[in-house]
Design a protein around this ligand. Structure first.
Ligand code: ADP
Length: 604
């Protein structure tokens, strides 16, 4: 399933074709039984019109087996037979629909699963260019379009072919001249369907893209709603969404107009066709080459053939939609996966990191250039530097999210590019500035990396991350739900909960990516001293803007434009002229002015 092929409709039906074969057979059964009913009905009309001799011998025989063969007993048996034939035909119809539904649901499920799996396996670079709303649409409405096509339209196409193949010869058997006349307008109906399809396909594609654009705007806005509000961009965003919404509506209206035009015109031609048969049929009855019953059978069969021809437009449209959707699904399925691992690794890493001449670029210009750094197992290293200096990029390289073009990056002496991805990411826990929490209980969020962690370790992790007190104050403690259905956590609480989650995972390498920024300085001090007590257990990399977070690190590395500008302890760097000293001066001045403001407020 991992390599599910979805480049055409035939490939995706793999494993379900037997069900489709069953559905086709059931459809043949439906046609035979449902089609026999008007034949029996037509003969019954002739019995009423012309007497018993005009009826079918089989029906007559059955009637005489029960009673005298009179027109009344004939009609009774014929009526029972019509009921029986329609009933069995209906049963086959049910089997057909059920099998097609089972097959299409199974295929849709497999498509969704294959998509979701691939989305987990693609490179991080894929997500730089991808649009979440658009991806959501590919996994939901595109799969649904394909499913509807597989559930109904494939069957409809098969039915149309069977009807034309089985019913048209019967029309010729009944009356060949009338049969020719009954086909006069069919080419126009088919041509109209085809032209409509050609027109509607492009409009459908535009509508699909417009919907994706609308969903993407909505998704982007909801994700970044705080930023939108903070920058007072609501009106701009609302009008942007409004424009996309209106565009989607306009295209939908165009689709509806096209549909209306098509069905109106095709209704007109279908009625004309039936009118022609009715008039010509009446003429043939008058001249004696056709009976009333035969005309009844003929017209019922004729309407059976007209319907699928008229449906052709819809079926072709749906297949066009399904092909477009399948193409969009396939684009994701053929997206490159992350490179496979070569070295399988077993136990916990030591946490020693070696960086030699490392160069990494997203586009053309390098974001990290010729970086050299050795981090001892258990060391606490702080990374400081202006925004955009490459701090987060270094962490992404460490997680193997982006490949590096030159140099080497090793964990415990093994090149990271060669290590098993899953194992590697188990060795490194990253706490982000804006951590992601699931809408589950506090406990579930904590134990996501270690579902069966012993209770004392859970308690130690929450206490080291200074979140124990907050959890105690929640009405349901550890079982309190996070998010919509439960408590709303402050930025600091979220960061502390994410830190506890990382500590509980007990990783050899712990990365705090500006992850104490929303925590007040008192609590930060508490956390840092708890971390200091764990010293040696984790290699810790702290990215921070606040000096208080980095002062006690074993080593501080100052990054500037992807290069190491300075390296040393706080005391060494603070006493050397350079960027770190300037940072200390700025923060010192800032702290002093804040302290002044606070004291002014207290005295006033
Ligand atoms: P820092 O964490 O120090 O703020 P980053 O590592 O996030 O810096 O970014 C370093 C540089 O790389 C910046 O110029 C940024 O614009 C660029 N950059 C970051 N992520 C990407 C990306 N996914 N694609 C392209 N450029 C990126």
């Amino acid at each position: 399933m991992d390599n599910m092929k979805a480049d055409n409709l035939w490939h995706i039906t793999r494993g379900e074709r037997l069900k489709y074969l069953g559905a086709t057979l059931a459809m043949a059964g439906t046609n035979i039984f449902l089609f026999s009913a008007p034949v029996v009905g037509g003969a019954a009309i002739d019995v009423v019109d012309q007497g018993l001799a005009a009826g079918h011998s089989v029906v007559r025989d059955v009637a005489s087996a029960f009673a005298d063969a009179t027109p009344a007993s004939y009609l009774l048996v014929a009526a029972a037979l019509v009921l029986l034939l329609t009933g069995v035909g209906g049963l086959f119809l049910y089997v057909r629909g059920r099998l097609a539904a089972l097959a299409s649901e199974a295929i849709a499920r497999r498509l969704r699963e294959a998509l979701y799996r691939r989305l987990h396996d693609v490179t991080a670079r894929f997500y730089d260019a991808a649009d979440t709303g658009d991806l959501v649409q590919r996994c939901s409405s595109d799969v649904e379009t394909v499913r509807v096509f597989l559930a109904t339209d494939i069957i409809e196409i098969g039915r149309a072919i069977m009807l034309v193949v089985c019913v048209v010869p019967v029309l010729f058997l009944i009356h060949s001249q009338l049969a020719w006349l009954s086909l006069v307008l069919m080419p126009f109906l088919a041509l109209g369907a085809y032209l409509f399809f050609a027109r509607v396909k492009s409009v459908y594609q535009l509508t699909d893209e417009a919907e994706a654009a609308m969903t993407a705007t909505l998704q982007e806005n909801l994700t970044g709603i705080r930023v939108v509000r903070a920058f007072a961009r609501q009106n701009y965003e609302i009008s942007k969404f409004g424009a996309r919404n209106a565009n989607f509506r306009d295209l939908n209206n165009r689709l509806i107009r096209l549909m209306g035009l098509y069905w109106g015109t095709s209704d007109f031609f279908a009625m004309m066709q039936i009118g022609i048969v009715l008039f010509a049929g009446a003429h043939f009855i008058v001249v004696g080459s056709l009976t009333i019953g035969e005309l009844f059978t003929f017209m019922t069969c004729e309407s059976m053939v007209i319907w699928p021809v008229r449906q052709l437009g819809r079926v072709l449209t749906d297949s066009g939609k399904a092909v477009v959707s399948l193409g969009r699904i396939n684009d994701v399925l053929i997206e490159a996966k992350e490179a496979p691992a070569r070295i399988p690794v077993g136990q916990r890493a030591q946490g020693e990191i070696d960086i030699e001449d490392l160069t990494l670029s997203y586009d053309d210009s390098p974001v990290l250039s010729d970086l050299n750094l050795h981090i001892r197992a258990g060391e606490t290293l702080a990374l400081v530097g202006p925004p955009g200096s490459g701090k987060s990029t270094l962490i992404r390289a460490l997680l193997r999210l982006y490949p590096y073009s030159q140099g080497s990056l090793k964990l415990d002496g093994e090149e990271i590019a060669d290590l098993d991805r899953h194992w590697l990411r188990q060795q490194i826990a990253v706490v982000m500035q804006e951590p992601f929490l699931y809408s589950r209980s506090i406990r579930d969020n904590l134990t996501i990396g270690r579902p069966h962690a012993p209770e004392p370790e859970v308690l130690r992790a929450v206490s080291d991350a200074a979140i124990a007190g907050s959890i105690e104050r929640f009405p349901n403690g550890f079982e309190e739900m996070v998010g919509e259905r439960g408590v709303t956590l402050s930025g600091g609480q979220r960061q502390r909960l994410a830190l506890a989650r990382a500590l509980l995972k007990d990783p050899p390498v712990l990365v705090l990516d500006d992850s104490l920024s929303a925590v007040d300085t008192g609590t930060e001090g508490q956390i840092l001293s708890a971390l200091a007590k764990r010293k040696g257990r984790h290699t810790t990399i702290i990215i921070a803007h606040r000096l208080s977070s980095v002062i006690d690190a074993d080593r501080i590395v100052v990054l500037q434009e992807g290069r190491i500008a300075q390296m040393g302890t706080h005391n060494q760097l603070a006493s050397t002229p350079g960027p770190y000293q300037r940072l200390c001066e700025i923060q010192g001045a800032l702290d002093a002015s804040i302290a002044e403001d606070i004291s002014e407020e207290i005295t006033s």
